[in-house]
Ligand binder design. Structure first.
Ligand code: DP6
Length: 327
């Protein structure tokens, strides 16, 4: 077999209804469904080259050598692709993020989505969007949502084959903007994978799971109707409910820092005075503030003036993972 290559670009995504906790950790079958928006321009570009001359997988992320743990996670994902393609050839993986990693912007979402699409192309597999989403999910749960475009729902499914993400609206359905207030660039102590494993230790997680269909339906309806105030209420409620789980897990996980809470309070005050803006926070201290395109400049300015905010990134609704041709 000669060297065979594939390159893919996948956007990150921000969950409006969060994924926190698995019912099957090995397969990454989630405890609840989730819903997200792809983030145009916050992407990972990954090239995979299967090369018969290699005796092990070689992985370069952002031009840096990786920890044994990160390497293993990528190699395990390549093993899933190799098993499907019935090959044993090792690969060289070169992956670049165009945003800072480890700051609460989901690099594993765009990373494993791009890795899945690039590796499948390089291995000569022709999978459907659904099959790619199922595969990406096993690398990182949120990566399942970076495969389809626009606004995306990841259904729980009954098993691995039907736990995948699909688009519920195209990127141009609603001109929302995610203004991401960066308050820290330090690597988080406990990443999402470790956090998912602790979710069930919170006595609140069962109640969160039972209430999940209501939150999902409400969010989907608000999104499809472009009803900002309804969206704002449910997005903030869902985010804070997830953080309540984190803070009451054993051991507890505290991701917020002082500026995180300052931003949450400010955003609620702005909204009470008529500015369409709401917050959502992943497994880190940075705050994603969702607003509409015509208010994005105002929100960005206001966020930048809050003490502790280092800078503000913005992203509009993005497309799905794509294969880069003609490389
Ligand atoms: C808080 O998908 O990063 O961002 O499956 O272990 O890779 P792994 O976890 P990951 O978890 C995302 C958690 C979250 C919420 C969300 O994006 O839904």
């Amino acid at each position: 077999m000669p060297v065979s290559k594939g390159t893919s670009i996948a956007n990150s995504n921000i969950a409006f209804i969060k994924y926190w906790g698995n019912r099957d950790h090995a397969l990454r079958l989630p405890a609840t469904a989730s819903l997200s928006m792809n983030l145009a321009g916050l992407f990972t570009r990954t090239t995979v080259a299967f090369d018969p001359a290699l005796d092990r997988d070689v992985v370069v992320l952002d031009n840096a050598a990786q920890s044994a743990e990160a390497l293993k996670r990528v190699a395990d994902h390549l093993d899933r692709v190799r098993a499907l393609a019935k090959i044993t050839t090792r690969a060289r993986v070169d992956s670049q993020n165009n945003f800072p990693t480890g700051t609460g912007i989901a690099s594993s979402a765009s990373g494993f989505a791009a890795l899945t699409v690039a590796a499948c192309a390089a291995a000569g597999l022709q999978l459907s969007e659904r099959e790619l989403s199922v595969l990406a999910r096993q690398g990182s749960g949120s990566a399942s949502r970076s495969i389809p475009g626009g606004f995306v729902e990841w259904q729980m499914g009954t098993g691995s084959d039907d736990s995948f993400a699909f688009s519920i609206a195209a990127p141009d359905h609603w001109a929302l903007v995610d203004c991401i207030a960066i308050v820290s660039r330090e690597h988080k102590e406990v990443g999402s994978t470790g956090g998912h494993a602790l979710a069930h230790t919170s006595p609140l997680q069962q109640a969160r799971i039972e209430d999940a269909p209501r939150r999902l339906d409400s969010c989907r309806e608000a999104l499809l109707a472009r009803d900002f105030s309804r969206l704002a209420e449910i997005v903030e409620e869902d985010s804070t409910m997830m953080h309540a789980i984190m803070m009451t897990s054993r051991p507890p996980l505290y991701y917020w820092q002082a500026p995180t809470l300052a931003i949450m309070r400010a955003v609620r005050e702005w909204r009470a005075k008529g500015l369409p803006a709401c917050f959502t926070i992943d497994a880190g201290p940075n705050v994603h503030v969702i607003t509409t395109a015509d208010h994005a400049a105002e929100v960005k300015n206001r966020l930048g003036a809050i003490p502790g905010v280092q800078n503000v990134l913005t992203a509009t609704p993005g497309g799905g993972a794509e294969l880069v041709t003609g490389q």
